[in-house]
Write a protein that binds this ligand. Structure first.
Ligand code: 6PG
Length: 253
């Protein structure tokens, strides 16, 4: 089972996530001169992003932010200034406060009508920036992910064809329950990452989190189970509410 840390509260969860985030990013900048991070959407990462950008906290001054390239694990089919936009949330809480180069923030062009164009354009960006040949997959240094109460992660939703996508790096699945398209990186990208950090909070996710972490492998029903990097680490940071049904720490393998 992937390592799980149950933190005392949301603040501690954000603190632990910020320490992991900065640790990975600094090491990669030290080793290769830059770091690639994929941001998660939704609400849980907000506290992390605010903490990283807070000038009164140690993180903002501890990273060479202009050596960090930011990507998005998924996006909604809305313009970047829409209240539901993951880009807007990340921009308001983090990106607008960093001395990062604008060219280092790569968002989905989610305002475009043609959803297949949006996905294929994002894939082209990835291939160009990582200088990938045919069939190659980018190795992202750090991928941040959340999990929904239905077991989805990024925009990999239960029963979606994109769960079985093995060639494309980005896709635009129709999500029936949302009655909308979403944009998402595909499992092969997440499973090529060096470090994956799941941030999960809230009692509504407790039963699903136990199934994902301790139950049978059923990725079509629990897409978060798909994320198992072939040569990378996964760490789950959860709050007490989300983690309350997990086996006690000493009973976890
Ligand atoms: C999104 C996210 C999604 C999110 C989960 C958890 O676009 O909404 O990428 O996968 O991580 O739905 O969301 P919360 O953090 O809001 O619970």
């Amino acid at each position: 089972m992937a390592p799980v840390r149950i933190l005392a509260d949301e603040r501690e969860l954000a603190q632990a996530a910020a320490e992991e985030f900065v640790g990975v990013v600094k090491a990669d900048i030290e080793a290769r001169g830059f770091a690639s991070v994929t941001l998660a959407g939704g609400s849980t990462p907000r506290a992390l992003y605010r903490l990283l950008a807070d000038p009164d906290e140690p993180f903002l001054g501890d990273v060479d932010w202009d050596k960090v390239r930011f990507f998005f694990g998924d996006e909604r089919h809305v313009p970047p200034d829409h209240p539901d936009s993951n880009y807007r949330m990340a921009y308001e809480t983090l990106l607008s406060k960093l001395p990062a180069r604008p060219g280092n923030v790569l968002r989905f062009c989610s305002e475009a009508e043609d959803v297949d164009f949006v996905a294929s354009y994002y894939e082209t960006l990835l291939r160009r920036l990582f200088q990938l040949g045919p069939g190659q997959v980018p190795r992202l240094d750090l991928v941040l992910l959340g999990m929904g109460a239905d077991g989805h992660t990024a925009s990999l939703f239960p029963g979606s064809d994109v769960l079985h996508e093995t060639a494309r790096l980005a896709a635009a699945p129709w999500v029936e329950k949302l009655n909308a398209h979403r944009f998402t990186l595909t499992p092969v990208v997440f499973n090529h990452a060096a470090h994956v950090l799941f941030l999960v909070s809230g009692a509504a996710k407790a039963a699903t989190l136990r199934e994902v972490l301790e139950g049978e492998y059923q990725p079509d029903r629990l897409p978060a189970q798909i994320v198992r990097p072939v040569d990378g680490t996964v760490l789950w940071l959860v709050d007490p509410e989300a983690g309350k049904l997990l086996r006690p720490k000493d009973a976890r393998d």
